[in-house]
Design a protein around this ligand. Structure first.
Ligand code: SAM
Length: 280
C-alpha cells in the first residue's frame, strides 16, 4: 500500500471495533445470539443519514437474486449486508482498511449472513476482481479519499458488465467556496481529503465511458437529518451507545461539528449520481 493509502487506512483504524460494537449492543439490552441485521444499522452505515440514505440510493437500482453486486469502500459491511438480505443476491465488498474488512466479516457472521457476503481488502483504484464480473456497484462516501476520479471510474468500469450500473453517494463541494475544516469523518487532515466538485465526477465518468443517468443533491435531506440527530442528542444528554461515533474515535464530536458547520455554510453536501455502462 502506498503511503497516502496507509495514512487513510490509519485514519479509519480505531482499534477493538468489533468488541466495542458488541458491547454497545449488549448495553442496549440485545442478546448477542440473536442479533438481526437491522440492529447494526446505527453503526454499519457510515455515511450521511445512514440507513435512510442507503435506502434512497438503492431505490433507483434494479437488483435481483441473480445480480452480481459490489460495494466499493464497503467499510464494516452494512450496505453489502443490506443488499444481500433485501434482494437475495451475493454481495462483494472491497475496502482499503483491513480492520474494517475483518469487522465486516465478523458482523456478517454475527447476523448469519456470512454465506452471502464476501469482504476483501483492496483499493478502489486496483480492485482484486475480474473484468466484467458485476452488474451493479455502489460507492457510499469513499470518493472523498480518492484524488483522481477518472482513474476511479475507469477501474469501476473495468469490473462492470455492459449495461452495468454504478451508484455513487459522496460528499462533494456545494455552492460556496472556502476552506473545509478538519478533522472530518473521512480524513483527519487536508492532505488525505479530496472533496471534489460534482463536475469532476461527471467528467471522470464521461472520460471512462459511462453515461450519466441521474444526479441529485442531498443537501436539504442532510441538513434535516442532522437537525433531527442533534435534537435527539440534546434531549437524551448524549449519543446512543451504538452509532457511527464508534468508528470515529475520540475526535468524533469535533468531526461531526466540522461536518455540520461546513454543510450549513454551503461548502459541502452529499450528492448521489448514477451511471450506466453503455451496451456497444
Ligand atoms: C466514510 S467510510 C464509508 C464506508 C461505507 N461505504 C459506508 O457507507 O458505511 C469510507 C470508507 O472508504 C474506504 N476507502 C477509502 N479510500 C479507499 C480506496 N482508495 N479504496 C477502497 N476503500 C477506500 C475506507 O477504508 C472506509 O471504509
Amino acid at each position: 500500500m502506498d503511503s497516502l493509502n496507509t495514512q487513510i487506512a490509519t485514519h479509519y483504524t480505531t482499534g477493538g471495533l468489533y468488541d466495542r460494537i458488541t458491547s454497545a449492543l449488549v448495553e442496549l439490552g440485545l442478546d448477542l445470539n440473536s442479533i438481526e441485521p437491522d440492529d447494526l444499522h446505527p453503526v454499519d452505515e457510515f455515511h450521511t443519514a445512514g440507513i435512510e440514505a442507503t435506502d434512497m440510493v438503492l431505490e433507483s437500482l434494479k437488483i435481483d437474486p441473480d445480480s452480481a453486486y459490489l460495494d466499493i469502500g464497503s467499510g464494516i459491511g452494512g450496505t453489502a449486508r443490506k443488499v444481500a438480505r433485501r434482494y437475495g443476491c451475493r454481495a462483494v465488498g472491497v475496502d482499503l482498511t483491513k480492520a474494517y474488512v475483518e469487522t465486516a466479516g465478523r458482523l456478517s457472521a454475527l447476523v448469519g449472513q456470512d454465506d452471502r457476503t464476501d469482504y476483501r481488502v483492496g483499493s478502489a483504484l486496483e480492485m482484486p476482481l475480474d473484468d466484467g464480473s458485476f452488474d451493479v456497484a455502489t460507492m457510499l462516501h469513499v470518493g472523498m479519499n480518492i484524488a483522481d476520479k477518472e482513474v476511479l471510474f475507469r477501474e469501476v468500469r473495468r469490473v462492470l458488465r455492459p449495461d452495468g450500473v454504478f451508484a455513487v453517494y459522496d460528499v462533494m463541494r456545494d455552492t460556496e467556496p472556502g476552506d473545509i475544516a478538519y478533522p472530518m469523518p473521512w480524513s483527519s487532515v487536508a492532505e488525505t481529503s479530496f472533496v471534489s466538485d460534482p463536475s469532476d465526477y461527471r467528467d471522470g465518468a464521461n472520460a471512462a465511458g459511462f453515461a450519466l443517468v441521474s444526479d441529485d443533491s442531498y443537501r436539504d435531506h442532510a441538513r434535516d437529518y442532522f437537525a433531527r440527530v442533534m435534537a435527539a442528542i440534546a434531549k437524551n444528554g448524549g449519543p446512543p451507545p451504538l452509532g457511527i461515533h464508534l468508528l470515529m474515535g475520540d475526535t468524533a464530536p469535533q468531526k461531526i461539528k466540522n461536518y455540520v458547520d461546513c454543510l450549513t455554510a454551503g461548502l459541502i453536501a452529499p450528492r448521489a449520481m448514477t451511471f450506466r455502462v453503455p451496451v456497444s
